[in-house]
Design a protein around this ligand. Structure first.
Ligand SMILES: C[S@@+](CC[C@H](N)C(=O)[O-])C[C@H]1O[C@@H](n2cnc3c(N)ncnc32)[C@H](O)[C@@H]1O
Length: 258
Protein backbone atom coordinates (compact mmCIF):
# COMPACT_ATOMS: atom_id res chain seq x y z
CA UNK A 1 0.00 0.00 0.00
CA UNK A 2 1.26 3.50 -0.79
CA UNK A 3 1.62 6.03 2.01
CA UNK A 4 0.89 9.73 2.25
CA UNK A 5 2.50 11.36 5.28
CA UNK A 6 0.99 14.73 6.18
CA UNK A 7 3.92 16.20 8.04
CA UNK A 8 4.04 19.17 10.39
CA UNK A 9 7.52 20.70 10.43
CA UNK A 10 7.15 22.93 13.50
CA UNK A 11 7.13 26.74 13.55
CA UNK A 12 10.44 27.26 11.71
CA UNK A 13 13.68 26.01 13.21
CA UNK A 14 14.59 22.40 12.45
CA UNK A 15 15.19 22.03 16.20
CA UNK A 16 11.42 21.70 16.53
CA UNK A 17 10.89 19.23 13.72
CA UNK A 18 9.73 16.15 15.63
CA UNK A 19 11.83 12.96 15.24
CA UNK A 20 8.77 11.22 13.74
CA UNK A 21 8.38 14.04 11.18
CA UNK A 22 12.08 13.79 10.28
CA UNK A 23 11.72 10.03 9.78
CA UNK A 24 8.62 10.44 7.57
CA UNK A 25 10.40 13.00 5.36
CA UNK A 26 13.50 10.80 5.15
CA UNK A 27 11.36 7.86 3.99
CA UNK A 28 9.55 9.91 1.31
CA UNK A 29 10.73 10.25 -2.27
CA UNK A 30 8.22 12.97 -3.20
CA UNK A 31 7.72 16.18 -1.23
CA UNK A 32 4.66 18.36 -1.86
CA UNK A 33 4.42 21.81 -0.30
CA UNK A 34 4.85 25.54 -0.43
CA UNK A 35 8.41 26.20 -1.72
CA UNK A 36 9.47 28.17 1.39
CA UNK A 37 8.63 25.22 3.66
CA UNK A 38 10.51 22.81 1.37
CA UNK A 39 13.54 25.14 1.38
CA UNK A 40 13.47 25.33 5.19
CA UNK A 41 13.98 21.56 5.29
CA UNK A 42 17.55 22.08 4.01
CA UNK A 43 19.54 18.85 3.63
CA UNK A 44 16.50 16.73 4.46
CA UNK A 45 14.87 17.77 1.17
CA UNK A 46 17.90 17.11 -1.02
CA UNK A 47 17.65 14.30 -3.57
CA UNK A 48 13.87 14.19 -3.44
CA UNK A 49 11.36 15.25 -6.07
CA UNK A 50 9.82 18.60 -5.13
CA UNK A 51 6.28 19.53 -6.09
CA UNK A 52 5.90 23.15 -4.98
CA UNK A 53 2.63 25.02 -5.16
CA UNK A 54 1.92 28.65 -4.30
CA UNK A 55 0.53 29.63 -0.92
CA UNK A 56 -3.26 29.73 -0.95
CA UNK A 57 -3.59 26.77 -3.30
CA UNK A 58 -4.31 24.38 -0.44
CA UNK A 59 -6.92 22.30 -2.26
CA UNK A 60 -4.66 21.89 -5.32
CA UNK A 61 -1.76 20.93 -3.08
CA UNK A 62 -3.78 18.31 -1.21
CA UNK A 63 -5.14 16.95 -4.51
CA UNK A 64 -1.63 16.75 -5.97
CA UNK A 65 -0.28 14.97 -2.90
CA UNK A 66 -3.05 12.35 -3.03
CA UNK A 67 -2.56 11.84 -6.77
CA UNK A 68 1.21 11.42 -6.42
CA UNK A 69 0.81 9.08 -3.44
CA UNK A 70 -1.69 6.96 -5.40
CA UNK A 71 0.59 6.81 -8.47
CA UNK A 72 4.06 6.46 -6.94
CA UNK A 73 5.11 3.42 -4.92
CA UNK A 74 6.50 4.10 -1.44
CA UNK A 75 5.96 7.25 0.54
CA UNK A 76 5.02 10.82 -0.33
CA UNK A 77 5.14 13.68 2.20
CA UNK A 78 2.82 16.68 2.18
CA UNK A 79 4.65 19.37 4.14
CA UNK A 80 2.83 21.85 6.37
CA UNK A 81 4.27 24.30 8.89
CA UNK A 82 3.69 24.05 12.64
CA UNK A 83 1.35 21.16 13.33
CA UNK A 84 -0.19 19.77 10.14
CA UNK A 85 -3.56 19.27 11.86
CA UNK A 86 -3.96 22.81 13.24
CA UNK A 87 -5.33 25.31 10.70
CA UNK A 88 -3.30 23.40 8.12
CA UNK A 89 -3.22 20.76 5.39
CA UNK A 90 -4.45 17.63 7.20
CA UNK A 91 -8.12 18.64 7.30
CA UNK A 92 -8.03 19.61 3.60
CA UNK A 93 -6.81 16.11 2.71
CA UNK A 94 -9.42 14.36 4.86
CA UNK A 95 -12.20 16.57 3.46
CA UNK A 96 -11.15 15.56 -0.07
CA UNK A 97 -10.98 11.87 0.90
CA UNK A 98 -14.45 12.12 2.43
CA UNK A 99 -16.24 14.33 -0.12
CA UNK A 100 -14.43 13.54 -3.39
CA UNK A 101 -13.48 9.94 -2.54
CA UNK A 102 -11.72 9.11 -5.80
CA UNK A 103 -11.35 5.33 -6.31
CA UNK A 104 -7.60 5.60 -7.04
CA UNK A 105 -7.03 7.21 -3.61
CA UNK A 106 -8.30 4.06 -1.87
CA UNK A 107 -4.84 2.49 -2.19
CA UNK A 108 -3.23 5.29 -0.13
CA UNK A 109 -2.69 4.99 3.64
CA UNK A 110 -2.77 8.47 5.14
CA UNK A 111 -0.72 9.17 8.29
CA UNK A 112 -0.59 12.56 10.02
CA UNK A 113 2.73 13.27 11.76
CA UNK A 114 2.66 16.09 14.34
CA UNK A 115 5.24 18.70 15.33
CA UNK A 116 4.70 21.60 17.77
CA UNK A 117 2.26 24.33 16.83
CA UNK A 118 3.18 28.04 17.05
CA UNK A 119 1.07 28.44 20.21
CA UNK A 120 3.27 25.99 22.13
CA UNK A 121 6.44 27.91 21.29
CA UNK A 122 4.97 31.24 22.45
CA UNK A 123 3.69 29.58 25.63
CA UNK A 124 7.02 27.91 26.38
CA UNK A 125 8.91 31.15 25.81
CA UNK A 126 6.69 32.97 28.33
CA UNK A 127 6.53 30.23 30.95
CA UNK A 128 3.18 28.52 31.40
CA UNK A 129 0.26 30.67 30.18
CA UNK A 130 -1.61 27.52 29.04
CA UNK A 131 -1.52 25.92 32.49
CA UNK A 132 -5.32 25.70 32.61
CA UNK A 133 -8.16 25.24 30.11
CA UNK A 134 -7.54 27.04 26.84
CA UNK A 135 -8.92 27.29 23.33
CA UNK A 136 -7.63 28.48 19.96
CA UNK A 137 -9.54 30.75 17.60
CA UNK A 138 -8.50 31.78 14.10
CA UNK A 139 -9.51 35.37 13.31
CA UNK A 140 -9.42 34.71 9.56
CA UNK A 141 -12.88 35.15 8.11
CA UNK A 142 -11.86 33.91 4.66
CA UNK A 143 -13.36 30.46 5.30
CA UNK A 144 -15.41 31.10 8.46
CA UNK A 145 -18.18 33.71 8.77
CA UNK A 146 -17.29 36.53 11.19
CA UNK A 147 -20.54 35.91 13.16
CA UNK A 148 -19.27 32.41 14.02
CA UNK A 149 -15.85 33.73 15.07
CA UNK A 150 -17.46 36.44 17.20
CA UNK A 151 -19.75 33.90 18.92
CA UNK A 152 -16.70 31.76 19.74
CA UNK A 153 -14.82 34.73 21.23
CA UNK A 154 -17.84 35.46 23.46
CA UNK A 155 -17.98 31.78 24.46
CA UNK A 156 -14.26 31.81 25.31
CA UNK A 157 -14.75 34.89 27.47
CA UNK A 158 -17.83 33.43 29.20
CA UNK A 159 -15.98 30.17 29.84
CA UNK A 160 -12.88 31.98 31.14
CA UNK A 161 -10.67 30.11 28.68
CA UNK A 162 -7.15 31.27 27.91
CA UNK A 163 -7.36 32.13 24.18
CA UNK A 164 -4.70 31.66 21.51
CA UNK A 165 -5.49 33.71 18.40
CA UNK A 166 -4.13 32.39 15.09
CA UNK A 167 -4.23 34.53 11.93
CA UNK A 168 -4.78 37.63 14.11
CA UNK A 169 -4.47 40.07 11.17
CA UNK A 170 -3.69 39.92 7.45
CA UNK A 171 -2.56 42.49 4.89
CA UNK A 172 -6.20 43.27 4.11
CA UNK A 173 -7.80 43.20 7.57
CA UNK A 174 -6.96 44.16 11.12
CA UNK A 175 -10.26 45.28 12.68
CA UNK A 176 -11.02 41.73 13.84
CA UNK A 177 -8.26 41.75 16.46
CA UNK A 178 -9.43 45.05 17.97
CA UNK A 179 -13.01 43.72 18.00
CA UNK A 180 -11.85 40.49 19.69
CA UNK A 181 -10.11 42.62 22.32
CA UNK A 182 -13.28 44.68 22.95
CA UNK A 183 -15.36 41.50 23.32
CA UNK A 184 -12.91 39.90 25.76
CA UNK A 185 -12.75 43.12 27.82
CA UNK A 186 -16.45 42.47 28.59
CA UNK A 187 -15.33 39.38 30.53
CA UNK A 188 -11.72 40.00 31.59
CA UNK A 189 -9.88 42.69 33.59
CA UNK A 190 -7.98 45.31 31.60
CA UNK A 191 -4.68 44.09 33.12
CA UNK A 192 -5.08 40.51 31.85
CA UNK A 193 -1.67 39.44 30.46
CA UNK A 194 -1.32 39.19 26.68
CA UNK A 195 1.59 37.66 24.74
CA UNK A 196 2.59 38.53 21.19
CA UNK A 197 4.92 35.90 19.73
CA UNK A 198 6.30 36.79 16.32
CA UNK A 199 8.28 34.54 13.96
CA UNK A 200 8.83 31.93 16.67
CA UNK A 201 12.06 29.86 16.40
CA UNK A 202 13.22 31.92 13.41
CA UNK A 203 16.07 34.48 13.51
CA UNK A 204 13.49 37.31 13.68
CA UNK A 205 11.78 35.82 16.79
CA UNK A 206 10.27 38.39 19.15
CA UNK A 207 8.01 37.89 22.18
CA UNK A 208 6.30 40.78 23.96
CA UNK A 209 4.18 40.82 27.12
CA UNK A 210 1.46 43.45 27.43
CA UNK A 211 -2.05 43.76 28.85
CA UNK A 212 -5.45 43.32 27.26
CA UNK A 213 -6.10 47.06 27.57
CA UNK A 214 -2.93 47.92 25.61
CA UNK A 215 -3.33 45.25 22.90
CA UNK A 216 -3.54 46.92 19.49
CA UNK A 217 -3.77 45.46 16.00
CA UNK A 218 -1.15 48.04 14.95
CA UNK A 219 1.47 46.01 16.90
CA UNK A 220 0.57 42.67 15.30
CA UNK A 221 1.23 41.14 11.90
CA UNK A 222 0.28 37.89 10.18
CA UNK A 223 3.40 36.13 11.51
CA UNK A 224 2.28 36.71 15.09
CA UNK A 225 0.48 34.39 17.49
CA UNK A 226 -1.47 36.11 20.27
CA UNK A 227 -2.18 34.50 23.65
CA UNK A 228 -4.66 36.20 25.98
CA UNK A 229 -4.73 34.94 29.57
CA UNK A 230 -7.79 34.15 31.68
CA UNK A 231 -8.88 35.77 34.96
CA UNK A 232 -6.19 33.88 36.88
CA UNK A 233 -3.22 34.44 34.53
CA UNK A 234 -0.34 36.39 36.02
CA UNK A 235 2.67 38.25 34.62
CA UNK A 236 5.77 38.76 36.76
CA UNK A 237 9.54 39.09 36.46
CA UNK A 238 12.12 36.51 37.44
CA UNK A 239 15.87 36.73 36.86
CA UNK A 240 15.38 39.76 34.62
CA UNK A 241 12.87 37.98 32.37
CA UNK A 242 9.13 38.50 31.93
CA UNK A 243 7.04 35.42 32.62
CA UNK A 244 3.34 34.66 32.28
CA UNK A 245 1.62 31.66 33.86
CA UNK A 246 -1.87 30.47 34.59
CA UNK A 247 -2.14 28.67 37.93
CA UNK A 248 -3.63 25.21 38.03
CA UNK A 249 -5.27 25.85 41.39
CA UNK A 250 -2.73 24.35 43.79
CA UNK A 251 -2.90 27.45 46.01
CA UNK A 252 -6.60 26.75 46.73
CA UNK A 253 -5.81 23.10 47.41
CA UNK A 254 -3.07 23.99 49.88
CA UNK A 255 -5.37 26.47 51.66
CA UNK A 256 -8.03 23.78 52.14
CA UNK A 257 -5.41 21.56 53.85
CA UNK A 258 -4.45 24.19 56.45
C1 LIG B 1 -2.65 29.14 8.83
S1 LIG B 1 -2.04 29.25 10.47
C2 LIG B 1 -0.94 27.88 10.48
C3 LIG B 1 -0.71 27.31 11.86
C4 LIG B 1 0.31 26.19 11.90
N1 LIG B 1 -0.23 24.99 11.27
C5 LIG B 1 0.76 25.86 13.31
O1 LIG B 1 0.42 24.76 13.82
O2 LIG B 1 1.46 26.69 13.91
C6 LIG B 1 -0.97 30.65 10.34
C7 LIG B 1 -0.88 31.42 11.66
O3 LIG B 1 -0.13 30.65 12.61
C8 LIG B 1 0.64 31.49 13.43
N2 LIG B 1 2.06 31.12 13.22
C9 LIG B 1 2.54 30.15 12.42
N3 LIG B 1 3.89 30.07 12.52
C10 LIG B 1 4.26 31.00 13.43
C11 LIG B 1 5.51 31.38 13.98
N4 LIG B 1 6.67 30.81 13.63
N5 LIG B 1 5.51 32.39 14.92
C12 LIG B 1 4.37 32.98 15.30
N6 LIG B 1 3.16 32.64 14.81
C13 LIG B 1 3.10 31.68 13.88
C14 LIG B 1 0.32 32.93 13.01
O4 LIG B 1 -0.75 33.38 13.83
C15 LIG B 1 -0.15 32.74 11.57
O5 LIG B 1 -1.00 33.81 11.17
Amino acid sequence: MNTLFIVGTGPGSMAYLSPAAREAITQSRHLVGYQLYLDLLGELAIGKEHHAKALGEEIDRAHLALDIAAREPGATALISSGDAGIYAMASVVFELLDKEARPEWQSVTVNVIPSPTAMQLVAAHAGAPLGHDFCTISLSDLLTPWETIEARIHAAGQGDFIVALYNPVSQKRDWQLNTAKDILLQYLPAETPVLLGRQMTRPEEQVRTLTLATLSAADVDMLTLVIIGNRESRAFQHGGRHHVYTPRGYARKLESHT
